[in-house]
Design a binder for this molecule. Structure first.
Ligand code: PEP
Length: 252
């Protein structure tokens, strides 16, 4: 675990105007300046420039929340990985459960978007996770393994170094219900096994796995202490500078 890169990433979702984004980055940056882990804030597309400007000279990295699978073309309302890369964005969330739930994202489109992001030189935070119904059916580990396999189809071992996988149980996102540390670790361990099956032991041991789902200042330390949990993807708490900084501190 010590050999893996710990990454705490905020997912701002559809929150903050550019002016507010500047303020929020300015509030977070001094609180995380001594972090020994990677700290990322993924913002809405329209906030990226403002956030980048506010983060200049700090250790805070700015990422996006999605990208399209094509380089350009007739896809009204979409943004390509090339466009993100051209503006200096280095990291993007793909396959968030809200995209899967509300915007028709499938394992196949998650794969295609991941492919495009890698081709554009970006690092991907790839989200997988089960619904409550799927958990109750006892298929969580198999489902997360399958989502992982489909997304990573054709991804080379070299490219895998730019993949972070976030295990986000859908029932825990924005609900205040957190997976227990044991549940989070069990599924992360299963995802790591899947990566080992696909790429070998060293690659599996090297990949950074995050937990996401109502992680907050109070529960972060226990979740992040788990052997297979290397970081967190943080929604609600990433909008609160003190709380986000406390989670970064817990990962340090
Ligand atoms: C998320 O959106 O990735 C997330 C984990 O949200 P929250 O922390 O609000 O549950």
């Amino acid at each position: 675990k010590q050999l893996r890169k710990a990454v705490i990433a905020g997912n701002w979702k559809m929150n903050k105007t550019p002016a507010e984004a500047k303020e929020l980055i300015a509030a977070i940056a001094p609180l995380v300046k001594d972090a020994t882990v990677d700290v990322v804030a993924c913002t809405p597309f329209v906030d990226l420039s403002a956030a980048q400007e506010a983060a200049e000279g700090t250790n805070l990295q700015i990422g996006a929340e999605n990208c399209h699978w094509a380089k350009s073309g007739a896809f009204t309302g979409e943004v390509s990985a090339e466009m993100l890369s051209a503006m200096g964005v280095k990291i993007v969330i793909i396959g968030h459960s809200e995209r899967r739930q509300y915007f028709g994202e499938t394992d196949v489109t998650v794969h295609d978007r991941t492919r495009a992001a890698l081709d554009a030189g970006l690092t991907v935070i790839l989200c997988v996770g089960e619904t409550l119904e799927q958990r109750e059916q006892g298929i969580t580990n198999e489902l997360c393994a399958m989502q992982t396999k489909i997304a990573l189809g054709g991804v080379s071992e070299e490219e895998l170094k730019r993949i972070i996988i976030a295990y986000e149980p859908v029932w825990a996102i924005g609900t205040g219900k957190t997976a227990t540390a044991e549940q989070a670790n069990e599924v992360c361990a299963a995802i790591r096994e899947t990566v080992k099956e696909l790429y070998g032991c060293a690659a599996g041991d090297g990949i950074t796995l995050q937990y996401g789902g109502s992680m907050n200042a109070g529960n972060a330390a226990e979740l992040l202490a788990q052997p297979d949990v290397d970081g967190g993807l943080i929604g609600g708490a990433s909008l609160k500078p003190q709380d986000f900084a406390a989670i970064v501190e817990a990962a340090t």
